[in-house]
Design a protein around this ligand. Structure first.
Ligand code: ADP
Ligand code: MG
Length: 252
């Protein structure tokens, strides 16, 4: 049965999608069966895997709102990862779910049907703490938090932790913090070092040893619709995300 991991941080631009896409591809490259759930209306995880967002007939929106079975929406990609795609239509779900029955647990119920088909299900969360993120956290066994190595890095993380607490007491008692991944790390700056120290003080061993450096190749890959492992196999980005995949798998 799949382990379900939500990649969450309500701050935008911290590397959630980059981590979701590349971690999914790297875990799959290690012979695990992986489903990537795109839970962000921006649909960047979908396009990062070469899925043509605007051409989609059915998306995660229809799973959440119209009870369409996930098996009818999941697409295979050429990168050994299956994807439950999203596009801008999903923005409507944030509003439409408000009045829906069991509005926070719809994704969980939907994924139950395919959980046995995968080793890992990763969920790329949107940059908010609304109903789409709540659905993701309710469905997940654990959370990976990408934190960008910048000033005020921890701003907002307290709020995310509070949300995780709320989800634990109301929706999903077992929700764990899987790990914290430092992104856009620049080893030449003192600031990056300070930020990592600060995050380690808060999260201790939950912080992955692998830190993701800022590299141009990682930011280029999405426009080619390819995870870094396929866009540039020999790049630093491919190397670090393979290492991160190894650490994630090793945590069991
Ligand atoms: P989020 O999903 O948290 O909003 P993204 O993963 O979309 O963040 O990243 C935000 C932007 O930063 C994107 O343009 C992405 O290509 C870029 N980016 C993310 N990680 C890196 C990195 N390690 N090196 C360089 N650019 C990165
Ligand atoms: Mg994103």
């Amino acid at each position: 049965m799949a382990k379900i991991i939500a990649i969450a941080n309500q701050k935008g631009g911290v590397g959630k999608t980059t981590t979701s896409v590349n971690l999914a591809a790297c875990i799959a490259a290690k012979k695990k069966k992986v489903l990537l759930v795109d839970c962000d209306p921006q649909g960047n995880a979908s396009s990062g895997f070469g899925v043509e967002k605007s051409a989609l007939d059915k998306t995660i929106y229809h799973v959440l709102i119209d009870n369409v079975p996930v098996s009818e929406v999941i697409q295979k990609t050429e990168f050994k990862v299956d994807i439950l795609p999203a596009n801008i239509e999903l923005a409507g779900a944030e509003v439409e779910l408000v009045a829906a029955i069991s509005r926070e647990t719809r994704l969980k119920k939907a994924l139950d049907a395919v959980r046995d088909n995968y080793d890992y299900i990763l969920i790329d969360c949107p940059p908010s703490l609304g109903l789409l993120t709540l659905n993701s956290l309710a469905a997940a066994d654990s959370v990976i938090m990408p934190i960008q190595c910048e000033f005020y890095a921890l701003e907002g993380v307290a709020q995310l932790m509070k949300t995780i607490e709320l989800v634990r007491s109301n929706l999903n008692a077992e929700l764990a913090v899987e790990g914290v991944v430092m992104t856009m790390y620049d080893s030449r700056t003192k600031l990056a070092e300070q930020v990592v120290d600060e995050v380690r003080n808060s999260f201790d061993t939950a912080v992955y040893k692998t830190m993701i450096p800022r590299t141009v190749r990682l930011s280029e890959a999405p426009s080619f619709g390819q995870p870094i492992l396929y866009y540039d196999k020999k790049s630093k980005g491919a190397e670090v995300y393979m290492k991160l995949a190894k650490e994630v798998i090793a945590r069991g």
